[in-house]
Design a protein around this ligand. Structure first.
Ligand SMILES: [Zn+2]
Length: 390
């Protein structure tokens, strides 16, 4: 494992556009990945069609009959479409590279492959088998890949997800679940001069709801709410508007927060719904449930920390993250996951996205060492920790 080779691979992958809707680019990207991942010894490579999208999932399986089975998960789409000005990598300093997807998450794919290559190269006891799932639609919700995650979650003991580390280098033990809601309010149109006598102002009523909803994070611990868009009324300001609509992004820490959020929405809506002439509706739901911390992940993280220590690397921490990833889907399907195993850097989803290059090498070393420990029987992945209760 040489850092400059890892860097070259990263640049090659990041300079290939693979925005979630650029199907031609995604196809070329998948071919690049398949060319490299298929060199893992005994790799069976499949290009699986997905519902809802012409893009395909790359699945690589090695030693499916080995006693310990691990799932490696990542995505190869990015948020940068082919028309985005951000298309190529640029070296900012010897240790820092800026580029589209350098940490989210082509850098993570480099770490994943480097760890597996190192593990295979060093020789082992054939005790570990694994499946790698690389999906093309994570940045738009993983709707196409979702059935494959659910199916794979049942077959594995542990999911290792190579999304970027947090800005301080921390791994991720849990993630918020995400939901999208549309709030619509219908009132009654009238001449502005008639005022409240005839008209029912939908904008004013919706505003009442939104001001209340904006306070939701203060009322429910661990819940976030963002009012992302609002529209209503028409071109004429002398008309009482009969319609207004807002879009909300809501994030939750625990599965049980869902009912609490719905109850709060009902509370905020109640006084408006009680008034004659108004109709207020809340549509939507939580598409990605939260990834809750598991006992298995606790044990695996301790082993991961130990590996970092043995390599004389700085001690690892792990934290809760507000953004969702495919680990949310895997964990909800019952698979304990450790996430944030990818490289260090920052500013993902922006033209300033950058990676701390040495972290490619370091994170791959830690992962390879962990695999070695499992293969040697020095660490046993607990099987009792399956998130089976959900
Ligand atoms: Zn990502």
């Amino acid at each position: 494992m040489k850092l400059d080779l890892l860097r070259d691979r990263l640049v090659r992958w990041c300079n290939q556009n693979s925005g979630s809707h650029n199907y031609g680019g995604l196809e070329t990207m998948r071919a690049l990945l398949a060319a490299d991942f298929s060199k893992l010894p005994g790799a069976a490579v499949e290009h699986l069609p997905l519902a809802d999208t012409p893009a395909r999932l790359l699945r690589v399986r090695v030693r499916p009959d080995a006693p310990v089975q691990l799932l490696f998960s990542g995505h190869y789409d990015t948020v940068y479409g082919p028309d985005d000005p951000f298309q190529r990598c640029e070296q900012l300093s010897p240790e820092r590279l800026r580029g589209p997807g350098v940490i989210d998450m082509k850098g993570g794919l480099v770490v994943m492959l480097a760890a597996l290559e190192e593990f295979e190269r060093l020789g082992h006891n054939n005790r570990i088998g694994y499946e790698i799932l690389l999906n093309p639609d994570e940045e738009i919700g993983s709707h196409g890949a979702h059935p494959f995650f659910v199916e794979a979650a049942a077959r594995y003991q542990l999911g290792l997800v190579f999304e970027p580390a947090r800005p301080g280098g921390e791994l991720v033990h849990s993630r918020k679940g995400t939901g999208n809601f549309t709030v619509t309010c219908h009132g009654r149109a009238a001449h502005a001069a008639g005022g409240a006598k005839h008209g029912r102002n939908a904008i004013a009523a919706l505003a009442e709801f939104l001001v209340a909803a904006h306070r939701l994070p203060a009322e429910l611990d661990g819940v976030l709410l963002n009012i992302g868009a609002i529209r209503g009324g028409g071109p004429a300001t002398n008309v009482v508007p009969d319609f207004a609509e807002a879009k909300l992004d809501v994030r939750i820490t625990h599965l049980t927060d869902r009912t609490a959020v719905f109850a709060k929405f009902d509370d905020y809506a109640a006084p408006i719904r009680a008034r004659e002439g108004f109709r207020l509706e809340v549509a939507g739901g939580f598409s990605r449930p939260p990834m809750e911390r598991s006992a298995t992940a606790d044990a695996v993280f301790a082993a991961w920390q130990q590996c970092a220590g043995e390599l004389k690397l700085p001690p690892l921490q792990w934290i809760h993250a507000g953004g969702a990833s495919d680990a949310n889907n895997l964990a909800t399907a019952g698979l304990p996951c450790l996430d944030g195993l990818g490289p260090m850097g920052d500013r993902l989803h922006s033209p300033e996205e950058w990676i701390h290059l040495p972290s490619l090498f370091e994170r791959a070393q830690i992962a390879a060492r962990f695999l070695k420990k499992v293969d040697a029987g020095d660490f046993t992945v607990p099987t009792a920790g399956r998130n089976a209760e959900r």
